[in-house]
Ligand binder design. Structure first.
Ligand SMILES: [Zn+2]
Length: 98
């Protein structure tokens, strides 16, 4: 199996299983979301998990919580505010009906 650094070192399996369950997808699909950079589509080095909406601790109504999963490569991770830039893009896509 072709393992990336992300698979082996940064994401505990239990966490990925939880994400898969929340997202109604498979563990492999979750790893795939982290495997390429959200900005430039190169191999990602850092996994990013973003939550939008109700907080986990507050009134977390199922379905209201927006979850975004993606990776960042070394180069893009160094860009200031890159996470904010990507989040804005991602959550705008989610809000805009196709
Ligand atoms: Zn990149």
């Amino acid at each position: 199996m072709n393992q990336t650094g992300i698979r082996s070192s940064l994401l505990p399996e239990e966490f990925v299983s939880l994400l898969a369950e929340h997202n109604h997808s498979t563990v492999d699909e979750i790893y795939a979301m982290f495997s390429s950079c959200a900005q430039c589509h190169q191999d990602a080095v850092y996994p990013v998990v973003v939550l939008e909406g109700e907080s986990w601790l507050g009134n977390s109504v199922a379905g209201k919580l927006r979850l975004a999963l993606y990776g960042l490569c070394e180069q893009c991770a160094a860009v200031p505010d890159v996470i904010q830039i990507i989040n804005r893009k991602l959550f705008e896509e989610l809000r805009t009906p196709k």
